[in-house]
Structures are given as C-alpha cells and as structure tokens.
Write a protein that binds this ligand. Structure first.
Ligand SMILES: [Zn+2]
Length: 468
C-alpha cells in the first residue's frame, strides 16, 4: 500500500477538502455518494467517499458542497484550443468542405500573436467548461503550453505536421513540399523535448502528423520514428472527410487507416481522431494495432454524418469523447453521442448516460494513456475535479442519477475546478489568467480575422468599433 492510500485518521491535515451534496467518483466501489467529500494533499487525492464527521479533517482550505455536485474533470482527448477563430464559418451551407475552403486557406494568414491569444481564449473556455485535461494539435504549441501552465490546465500538445500546401487542397491539388514537413517535424520534436523537462509536469508533448492526406508516407514514417525515439505518442486525424478517403483510395488504393497500418505507424500510442468515413477494413486494422480513438460527437451531426461508434465500441477500440474544434462543452458532446447512437440503432439503451460520462472522463484518459492518473476520483490519483452548481432551474429537482448530469447539466454549471490539486476556477473567476484582458484582445483582432475569412468564403460581421 502506498502512502497515498493509507487510511487517514481523525485530525488528518489536508491541503484542500472539497465537499459535495452529490459526489460522482466514477470508481467501481463507490460510484455515487450522497453527501460526499474529496480530501487532497498536494496534487493527490487522499480520500474520496462519504463525508466524515465534523472535525475529522483539518483542511487548510475548504470548498463548500452545499447545493453542489462534484465529479472528475473532463478529459478532452482531441482538441484545437485555438480554433475558436472558425466559429460560425462551417456550420451551415458549405459544411464539411469549409475545412478545406475556409479553414485551410485562412490559417496561414493568422499571426503568431493571434494564435497565442486564441490559445488563451481556448484555455479559459476549456476550464470554464469543466475540462481539466486536453490533447491538442495545432499551430503555435508553445503559446498553448504557456497558457496551459499559467492557467493550470493539464495538456498533451502536438505541433500540426503536414507537407502539402494546405491552401491548395480545396481544389483537390496535392502539391508536396518536403521542406515544410521536415521543418515542422524538427520544430515538433524541439517542442516535445522542451516540455519533457518542464517543471510542472502538467504539459507534455506528442508528435502530430495532421492527417492521412496532408502528410506524405515519408512524413508519417519519420514522425512515428521520432515519437518512438522520444517515448511519446502520435496524434492524427483519420477518415475525417470524404476528400481524404478519396485521396487515399485514388493515390494508394487503400483506406486511410489501411494506409497507416501498411506504413506500420499505428500502435497503442496512436490517437486517431474522427474515423467518420472509416470502412470495416480500416476499423479491423485499427483494432489489431491497438490504436486509440477520439470521438467528437458535436461536429459530426451538423455535417449530416456520424461515425460507426457502436461498431467501434463492439470492436473494443479504446475510445474517448472529445470536442474537436470551435465548441468545448463536454455535456453537449455527451448528449450528441447518446442521441446519435440511439437514433442510429433505434435503441434507447444503446449508449447510457454512465457510458457517455465514462467515455468523456476515464475513457479519454485511457486514450491518452494517463488513466492511472486522472479520469476518476480514486484515492491515489491526481486531484482533477470540478464542482457544479445544482441550484439552477434546469437542474432541479436533482435526483443524483448519471442522467441528471449527462442529459441536464451544461458547461456553464461548472463553478469550481481543481487540477493537479490547484484551484484554477473559483467563484466564477479563472485564477491563473486575466480573462477580461484576453476577451478584449480577441475583440481587437476580429476585423483582421473577418477580412481573411471572407477572402476565403467565410461569413460574419464586426460588432461595434472592434477597438475594445
Ligand atoms: Zn480535429
């Protein structure tokens, strides 16, 4: 038995005691506790269960649980924290193709400073939404890493690698630029090495070959070799669009996952996002490789498609729920998943509330390979948890079921967040970042961004003077 697991005795001193009218531990032995508490020392949970008698603990700080529920923080196993830029740009009309026509053509016109401000915005949004861990792939990983460390958000981060001209893909022109891939891989490796030595340990790196159609076979192979050398995982989009699948079929005569499997770059350390258009052959190869799956339920329905989540789960592919880009509400994501799977199968019990909550917490932790640290409120794990305010009209009466959370709660109900034992959101205030200043900076960038987006088919209007 480790020190963390030693049963505390009366008068035990702890750094933080978080109480709850309802405690969702998501552990096997005490799943839902009415009148529970979590005791934390340093970054570790030393107790999680029914509330002890008054005076049992001597906490340095206490968070009252009156009218509150406590649950593990959400683990977001596929995100683009800085992607708020594209909100409203691909939701109607052009749909999925806007990824190629609007996003890929606009991204190169966004400055480093602007990506950093967007990353700050994304970190604030994630924390406010109850997300305590992200697995992110995008531009400017350094900016996101600094924002995550300042705010106290746990993060695995990869630089987006590609060796095509992204801005040409909308016209189905795939021109390879090997130097671009080499340069990006070098920078991605530097990032991983830098954060392997980071003091907080909150931020670590991955290697992120962006997708099967945006990276050449050579880049996928080199990226996999570097990830192996560094001892970190890979993060890739697979079968996310029809264009990608058609490209793989016409170029390699294979499906996207088949292409990766034949390159021998899939393993349990690979995180594959989407699989929206994956074939049975693709899914069978992913199963054999033990690669893991990030499922992003909020983005698919608006494109009029949905991955075969049931088939993926039947194959026992390790799966987590993620938010992907532009929206970061894990409750909305869980509801979208449950509703989609139930509609597609015609079964009301196809994906239960408990199953959805597990996919968004411990499931995503397994996808990221950190299930021994986060994803449930078990003694000995890192203290990553959120408190929800139940005194809201849409949550009353609250019957303390899993469906009470999965079908009724909203991201905006999150009022407190603790990550690695550190309070990062309290009393409606983000503690590690200057949120009003971030929002002001974003507002000032909007006229520039809208000009870029509109040149590439985007939409929208600037509000007010935009001067902040
Ligand atoms: Zn994505």
């Amino acid at each position: 038995m480790t020190d963390e697991r030693r049963i505390p005795s009366t008068g035990a001193q702890v750094d933080l005691l978080v109480s709850a009218d309802v405690l969702y531990t998501l552990t096997e032995d005490t799943p839902i506790v009415v009148n529970g508490e979590v005791a934390i020392n340093g970054n570790t949970i030393v107790y999680s269960g029914p509330a002890k008698d008054n005076g049992f603990w001597q906490p340095k700080k206490t968070l009252s649980g009156k009218g509150k529920a406590v649950m593990p923080g959400f683990v977001n196993c596929h995100s683009h924290a800085a992607s708020a830029l594209f909100r409203s740009q691909s939701d109607d009309g052009v749909g999925g193709q806007a990824l190629y026509s609007v996003a890929f053509r606009s991204e190169k016109h966004i400055s480093t400073e602007q990506w950093r401000d967007l990353a700050l915005l994304g970190v604030v949004d994630m924390i406010r939404s109850g997300i305590t861990t992200i697995n992110d792939i995008w531009y400017e990983p350094e900016g996101l890493a600094e924002a995550a460390e300042a705010a106290g958000l746990r993060a695995q981060i990869a630089l987006k690698l590609f060796d095509v001209k992204l801005e040409e893909l909308y016209a189905n022109r795939y021109e390879r630029v090997a130097t671009e891939g080499e340069e990006r891989l070098r920078r991605g490796v530097d990032f991983v090495e830098k954060y392997a030595a980071s003091k907080s340990g909150l931020v670590t790196g991955r290697i992120g070959p962006h997708a099967t159609d945006t990276c050449s076979p050579e880049l996928h192979i080199e990226a996999c070799a570097e990830a192996g050398r560094l001892g970190v995982g890979l993060h890739t989009h697979v079968a996310q669009s029809k264009q990608e699948v058609e490209y793989c079929q016409s170029t390699y005569n294979k499906g996207p996952a088949e292409f990766l499997a034949d390159l021998d770059v899939l393993s349990h350390r690979s995180i594959l996002a989407h699989l929206t258009f994956a074939s049975d052959i693709d899914l069978d190869l992913i199963t054999q490789s033990k690669a893991r799956y990030a499922h992003c339920p909020t983005i698919y329905p608006r494109r009029g498609v949905y991955p075969d989540l049931q088939g993926i789960q039947d194959r026992r592919i390790v799966t987590g729920i993620a938010t992907d880009w532009m929206m970061n509400d894990p409750f909305e994501a869980m509801r979208n998943a449950m509703n989609a799977v139930r509609l597609l199968s015609g079964r009301h019990d196809a994906l239960t509330s408990l199953a959805a909550i597990k996919l968004a917490t411990i499931g995503s932790a397994k996808v990221m390979g950190i299930e021994d640290q986060v994803g449930s409120l078990a003694i000995g794990k890192r203290a990553d948890l959120i408190q929800l305010d139940l005194q809201r009209p849409h949550l009353q009466p609250f019957y303390a079921e899993y469906s009470s959370l999965a079908y009724y709660a909203r991201a905006s109900d999150v009022v407190c967040s603790v990550i690695d034992g550190r309070l990062v959101l309290e009393g409606d205030c983000i503690l590690g970042l200057d949120e009003p200043n971030i929002l002001n900076r974003i507002k000032k960038h909007v006229p520039d961004w809208l000009a870029v987006l509109k040149r590439h088919g985007g939409v929208g209007a600037v509000l007010g003077c935009g001067c902040g």
